[in-house]
Write a protein that binds this ligand. Structure first.
Ligand code: AHR
Length: 324
């Protein structure tokens, strides 16, 4: 054991003393012993089917590209992400990428990365920093647009209704997709006949969606529509609605965001009525961006993921080829 610790310490010292240059125009980032790229990625956690597919896409893409990826799971905690980013700075990786759990509170650690000359790529979610020089690029969906697409479907679906009671299952409090999907929905669902009678976070999890929906059902006898910020919470709501003796998709309509396989299956079965897609397959684009920023090449500050929407018929057609 002592020998092992000794070897590890010796190795660490050697790396500290000889750490060879790399990371191109990114600045002070150090590459591996052979000059290859090293990327540090801090993931939100494993809260949803979307997140699992996103992790798989990122890990797979870096493996395919032969780039070393240091991966850490923050288990939904911002402090864990800050620790991970600081550790990547200390290890002098070439590029840091992360998907911020929440939008605010990143300036200090992003400045530390900038001072160390390590470019940062925001992946999937943004930060609310006013200084956009703190990151090289932001790759991910337009969450406001996703909320608007959900709202447009609601306007059409309930065009002939006089009064519509909506309950909203929000994503993680303070997370960009929760803030933006709420905002986008309200941008377009403006008619006075619509009322959001209850809105609470289900933390993007199936269990959270179920628990919050149970409480909503107990407190509100007249619910016409569930707007869930992701499929998992919508799937939890389905369980609660069925347990209450009602038929999801008929007695209470459901619109969600993501389009993961379980969500698409529920849509094909008529338990969800409409899904706005949010693609988790960001890995290959992230590899490209990481390679470019490490080489000092210009990259777009904002790269928006292309996405669609699904009706029941479209879900039935798309399901056999759905990767995740
Ligand atoms: O940031 C993307 C969101 O995070 C997905 O819509 C949700 O499922 C996930 O947890």
């Amino acid at each position: 054991m002592k020998k092992l610790i000794g070897a590890a310490l010796g190795g660490a010292l050697l790396i500290a003393l000889t750490g060879c240059a790399g990371g191109g125009g990114g600045g002070g980032g150090e590459a591996g012993a052979d000059g290859d790229l090293i990327v540090g990625f801090s993931q939100v956690g494993a809260e949803s089917g979307w997140r699992t597919a996103n992790t798989k896409s990122i890990q797979g893409a870096f493996e395919d590209a032969g780039i070393e990826l240091k991966f850490s799971d923050a288990q939904g905690k911002q402090e864990n992400q800050i620790k991970a980013i600081r550790s990547y700075i200390q290890q002098q990786v070439d590029v840091i990428a992360f998907s911020p759990v929440v939008e605010s509170g990143w300036d200090t650690v992003l400045k530390e990365a900038k001072d160390a000359g390590i470019p940062v790529v925001l992946t999937d979610r943004s930060v609310d920093s006013e200084d956009d020089s703190l990151y090289a690029s932001f790759l991910g969906s337009d969450f406001i647009l996703e909320g608007e697409k959900a709202g447009e479907w609601v306007n059409t679906e309930f065009a002939d209704a006089d009064k519509v009671n909506i309950v909203e299952l929000q994503g993680t409090t303070g997370a960009a997709p929760a803030n933006d999907r709420a905002e986008g929905f309200r941008n377009v669902v403006t008619d006075a006949k619509f009322e959001v009678i209850a809105s609470q976070t289900g933390d993007f999890t199936r269990a959270g969606g179920k628990q919050v929906m149970e409480a909503f059902l107990q407190a509100n006898p007249e619910i016409d529509l569930v707007y869930a910020h992701n499929d998992d919470m919508g799937l939890g709501a389905i369980e609660a609605i069925e347990a209450a003796g009602m038929v999801p998709g008929q007695d209470i309509k459901i619109v969600t965001v993501d389009a993961v396989k379980d969500g698409m299956t529920a849509l094909a079965d008529g338990k969800i009525n409409f899904i706005v897609e949010c693609s988790p397959l960001l890995g290959p684009q992230l590899v490209e961006i990481a390679e470019k920023v490490a080489a000092g090449e210009d990259v777009e500050k904002r790269i928006v993921t292309e996405e669609t929407t699904f009706t029941q018929e479209q879900a039935i057609e798309a399901l056999p080829d759905r990767q995740y």
